[in-house]
Design a protein around this ligand. Structure first.
Ligand SMILES: Cc1cc2nc3c(=O)[nH]c(=O)nc-3n(C[C@H](O)[C@H](O)[C@H](O)COP(=O)(O)OP(=O)(O)OC[C@H]3O[C@@H](n4cnc5c(N)ncnc54)[C@H](O)[C@@H]3O)c2cc1C
Ligand code: SF4
Length: 476
């Protein structure tokens, strides 16, 4: 990295903005919103890094990527070295560079952001990660990882989200046979069925899956463990030596209010799955239709709510109302997603919450009755508790309601696997090695953590893969 620039000169380089599709144009298409840095922008952004000796950014990264190392390599124009450094710690850089909440992780403690008194002005670590991962893919430089000679051991992986895909790659490299089981007809987990194309193009996830197949992993889709085969069948009858459960948190929560069973009420999961996985947005070609909503209410304030609201806009809704019972400060969604949602014309109703959903004479949604709220004392989460204001009822006219207030884990595997310990939220309990209460069965990702993030799921996958590899090596 050029030593010619002093820290003062580095701090004087303006943060490089991410080129984006125009908000008006993108309301009508599913193409990616953020377009990626040019080489010149990437170099300038990388030169903003002070190469701090204590590198607080690394401590903020859940998988401890050598951030100054890869950012310095970009500043030197050595993208090959940069991607090599990232891949020592992260298997999915093109995904994480797009969807990780960097502003609360690696970028939050960045010295540059602190010096300029704004987290928003920290070195754009995520954008640089995306830049270099895209550079590698677009130049056809992604190699299929080498696989060691066959060991004769079989590992089954249940679920193909970031946790399962990571385990598959790390275990297959050691020469073990790997079979991935996926309930849906396509692999990728939330990265494919939940996060929309305009934030994470599906071709990027597909490439990771193609790499696993090229390594010799086998994929069984439309295969529901707990129904098609049970966990115990895989171990006792099908000859698997170890299993990893990475089935995520795909069970939507509802509000349990009047009218939630009306025609026109969706869980965000159903809405997004129809649009993303079944490609219902491609109206002329998709076999799975989706209701042509005019006025939509989305309930919730997380990433899932933003994705649902922004999808509704792209599916042609004239009005999209996002209803959240706290203020924007408490919103769990990424700042960037909130910003994009506002740019796209979504109306934010803060400190409001639905009381009941209203029906027309056919039993279809025709409106939503809400209450106004104010913030009270902090609750167990540390956030100020929203308190309803009596008598503040009002109505919003809508024909569709999308409930996006969180997900729990699906109970199927728990119910069909005797002795598998789960906690009171239904998440699988694992030890520090990622092992469950049952021998040879490991778990990780959202099924262990509850609804979390891609990078945490990947980190859990790495941990479980290390343990599985160590166990199988000890038995060789
Ligand atoms: C709409 C949405 C937006 C999000 N946005 C972000 C974001 O911007 N950034 C971020 O970091 N995180 C985001 N997340 C969270 C993130 O996607 C998850 O934390 C992550 O995908 C969890 O990975 P996983 O591998 O544990 O499970 P998942 O990705 O949920 O994958 C689990 C897979 O297991 C399969 N499965 C389930 N049960 C069975 C069974 N019985 N048999 C076989 N297969 C089964 C499922 O079909 C699924 O494919 C978002 C989540 C959602 C829903
Ligand atoms: S904290 Fe910021 S400036 Fe310091 S090394 Fe990390 S990215 Fe660079």
């Amino acid at each position: 990295m050029s030593a010619a620039l002093s820290p003062k000169e580095r701090l004087a380089i303006p943060p490089q903005p991410m080129p984006e599709q125009d908000p008006f144009a993108r309301r009508a298409n599913m193409e990616e919103v953020a377009l990626g840095y040019t080489p010149e922008q990437a170099r300038l952004e990388a030169e903003r890094c002070l190469q701090c000796r204590n590198a607080p950014c690394i401590a903020g990264c859940p998988v401890a990527i050598d951030i100054p190392g890869f950012v310095g390599a970009i500043a030197d124009g050595d993208n090959q070295r940069a991607i090599g450094i990232i891949k020592q710690s992260s298997l999915l850089p093109a995904v994480c560079g797009r969807v990780c909440p960097q502003e609360t992780q690696c970028q939050a403690p960045c010295t540059v952001g602190k010096a300029l008194k704004s987290t928003g002005k920290a070195v754009a670590i995520g954008r640089l990660e995306r830049y270099v991962a895209d550079w590698e893919r677009e130049n056809g430089l992604v190699d299929t990882p080498a696989v060691k000679p066959a060991t004769g051991k079989r590992v089954g992986i249940v679920g193909t989200g970031p946790a399962g895909l990571t385990v598959a790659a790390d275990v297959r490299r050691e020469g073990h046979e790997v079979v991935l089981f996926e309930a849906f007809h396509k692999p990728g987990g939330v990265m494919v069925y939940g996060i929309p194309e305009f934030r994470l193009p599906k071709r990027i996830v597909q490439q990771e899956i193609d790499a696993l197949l090229a390594m010799g992993c086998r994929l069984e889709t439309n295969f529901v463990i707990g129904r098609t085969r049970k966990i115990t069948d895989l171990l006792e009858k099908d000859g698997f030596h170890a299993l990893f459960i990475g089935t995520g948190a795909g069970l939507p929560r509802f509000m349990n209010i009047e009218g939630e069973n009306l025609v026109g009420v969706y869980s965000a999961n159903e809405y997004l799955t129809r649009s993303n996985l079944m490609r219902a947005y491609d109206r002329d070609r998709a076999a799975t239709p989706i209701f042509e909503s005019e006025k939509v209410a989305v309930l919730g304030g997380g990433n899932v709510a933003m994705d649902a609201a922004r999808t509704a806009v792209r599916l042609g809704a004239r009005e999209v109302h996002l209803i959240y019972r706290r203020t924007e400060v408490e919103m769990p969604a990424r700042v960037e997603e909130v910003h994009h949602a506002k740019e796209e014309g979504i109306a934010f109703h803060l400190l409001q919450n639905p009381k009941r959903i209203l029906a027309d004479e056919r039993g279809w949604v025709c409106g939503i009755e809400c209450l106004k709220y104010e913030l009270g004392e902090p609750d167990a989460s540390g956030r100020r508790r929203p308190v309803a204001i009596p008598g503040s009822e009002f109505e919003i006219e809508v024909d569709t309601v999308i409930v996006a207030i969180g997900n729990d884990s699906n109970p199927l595997i728990r119910q069909t696997t005797p002795g598998l310990e789960t906690n009171r939220w239904g998440n699988i309990v694992v030890d520090e090695a990622g092992k469950s209460s049952l021998d040879r069965i490991y778990a990780g990702g959202d099924i262990v953590l509850g609804a979390a993030t891609v990078i945490l799921a990947m980190g859990e996958g790495r941990r479980a893969a290390r343990s599985i590899n160590a166990m199988l090596a000890a038995e060789a």
